[in-house]
Design a protein around this ligand. Structure first.
Ligand code: 6GU
Length: 241
C-alpha cells in the first residue's frame, strides 16, 4: 500500500513516521508513506497557498488551484482520495478496514478556516475524526493512517487483530499482567484457573460490562448472541444486588 499525505506542515510527521510500530510496518515494506508539501505546488513567487474568501468573512481559505496541482502530481487513476475536514462523518473502525483494501490512498490535510469548495469534487470522501475542531488535518491524517496501516497483513500479530474493540460493536475486556498482587489488588482468580471456558465466559461478561458503562450506544448496533443475553442478565442481577 502507498499513502500520500498532502500537507502544509510536513515536519509534523517526523515523529509519526520514525517511531515504533508504524516505523516497523514501513520498514517491512508493507506500506510506503510519502509526505508532500502543498506549498511546493504554489506558482507565485511568495508561494501563497491561501487567500481571503469571496463575499467576505473571517480567515483564509486554501486555494483550489494549488490543491489541485498538488493532488494531480501525486495521485493515480486508482487512488482513493480523502480530505480531512470537521464537516464530515466521523471515521470508524469499519472505515479503517474498508480503506485498508486500497493500494493507493491520498490524504489531503485541510487547514486554516477551510478550503475552496470547488476542490471537493476531486475528492472521494471527506473524513472527520470526531466532534471537535482541530487547527488542521495533520493529526487527523496520522490517526487515519495509523488505524489503516496497523490492519495490513503481517503488520501486527493476527491475534492482536482478532478481538478488537469496535469490531462487533463491543469494547475489549480488561486485561492484567504481572505482578499478581499490586498493593492487595489481585488479578481475578478465574484468569489463573486454566479453564478456558470459564475465562472466555468471564472476559465476554467484562467486555459487555465495559461497553454498558462507557459506550452503551455501541450496543444498539450489536448482534447479541444467546450467551450474551444471559450475560446481560447476570450483570443486571449483580448490579441490583
Ligand atoms: Cl479531519 N480536521 C479538523 N480541522 N478538525 C477536525 C477533524 C479534521 N476531525 C475532527 N476535527
Amino acid at each position: 500500500m502507498r499513502i500520500t499525505i498532502l500537507t502544509l506542515f510536513p515536519t509534523m510527521f517526523e515523529g509519526f513516521l520514525h517511531t515504533s510500530i508504524i516505523k516497523r510496518i514501513i520498514d517491512k515494506g508493507l506500506v510506503e508513506i510519502r509526505i508532500v508539501d502543498i506549498r511546493d505546488y504554489s506558482l507565485d513567487k511568495h508561494r501563497h497557498v491561501d487567500d481571503t474568501p469571496y463575499g467576505g468573512g473571517a480567515g483564509m481559505l486554501m486555494k483550489v488551484d494549488v490543491l489541485h496541482r498538488a493532488l494531480a502530481a501525486n495521485s493515480k487513476e486508482n487512488s482513493r482520495i480523502l480530505l480531512t475536514s470537521p464537516k464530515a462523518k466521523p471515521f470508524k473502525q469499519s472505515d479503517a478496514r474498508r480503506l485498508s483494501k486500497f493500494s493507493d490512498i491520498v490524504i489531503v490535510c485541510g487547514h486554516y478556516e477551510g478550503i475552496d469548495y470547488r476542490f471537493e469534487k476531486y475528492v472521494d470522501e471527506k473524513v472527520s475524526i470526531g466532534d471537535y475542531v482541530l487547527t488542521g488535518g495533520e493529526l487527523a491524517s496520522m490517526v487515519i493512517s495509523d488505524a489503516i496501516v496497523r490492519l495490513l497483513d503481517d503488520g501486527i500479530s493476527k491475534q492482536s487483530l482478532e478481538i478488537e474493540s469496535f469490531d462487533n460493536n463491543l469494547l475489549e475486556c480488561p486485561q492484567y499482567t504481572r505482578p499478581y498482587d499490586f498493593y492487595g489488588d489481585k488479578v481475578p482468580a478465574v484468569l489463573l484457573s486454566g479453564n478456558h471456558r470459564d475465562i472466555k465466559h468471564y472476559n465476554d461478561k467484562m467486555a459487555l460490562r465495559e461497553t454498558l458503562k462507557y459506550r452503551p450506544d455501541l450496543l444498539e448496533n450489536h448482534q447479541f448472541t444467546k450467551e450474551e443475553i444471559a450475560l446481560l442478565e447476570e450483570i443486571r442481577n449483580e448490579f441490583e444486588g
